[in-house]
Design a protein around this ligand. Structure first.
Ligand code: SAM
Length: 169
């Protein structure tokens, strides 16, 4: 499985036993330092295999599954990253995702557009207004098992989440 935006490995304890190995793609060295304990505690082999989701160093059709959690907000050229995921996933391969993005409500969207320029500067390029599911569909994925909700405890402008599976054709 390939995970883009591995961060500090917060997903590591939740990898199912069926996962044979993880090719982790993460530009930030600090993430790897913070992931050390989680990596030591897992049976799943995890290898830092790439630095940029926009340009994946893997051959076409090399993975059955991909994972992205709260990463699509930050990648500068998300279309490029989705196209790369399409390329490296086998036909029928699944991208499991949970991401924040454009809210379903107009009032919240208005605030997202207002705050986004500051958000990007303060939080490493994090966008608030990306329509994640539309972007996945535009990239050619079919989206299933979709759940859209506001994250409990988060401001609505930052916590409009989409959780689901995007299937590569
Ligand atoms: C909000 S964090 C989420 C980290 C992790 N997925 C999680 O759920 O805890 C976003 C991550 O995306 C990474 N990132 C930023 N640009 C990236 C890129 N071009 N390719 C891959 N990952 C990137 C950041 O370094 C950061 O670790």
């Amino acid at each position: 499985m390939v995970e883009i935006g591995f961060g500090s490995g917060l997903n590591v304890p939740f990898y199912p036993a069926t996962v044979k190995g993880i090719a982790a793609v993460e530009p930030a060295d600090i993430g790897w330092k913070l992931a050390r304990k989680r990596l030591a505690a897992t049976e799943v082999p995890v290898e830092r295999s790439g630095l940029d989701g926009q340009s994946l160093p893997f051959p076409d059709n090399s993975f059955d599954t991909a994972l992205s959690t709260w990463t699509m907000c930050t990648i500068p050229d998300l279309d490029a990253a989705l196209s790369e995921l399409r390329r490296v996933l086998k036909p029928g391969g699944e991208l499991h995702f949970v991401e924040h993005g454009l809210a379903p409500d107009e009032e919240v969207r208005r605030w997202q557009h207002r705050v986004e320029p500051m958000q990007k500067r303060l939080f490493g390029g994090c966008h608030l207004t990306r329509p994640i599911v539309d972007l996945l569909k535009n990239a050619g994925f079919t989206v299933r098992d979709l759940d859209e909700f506001y994250e409990e405890g988060a401001p609505k402008i930052m916590g409009a989440d989409s959780l689901g599976v995007a299937v590569s054709p």
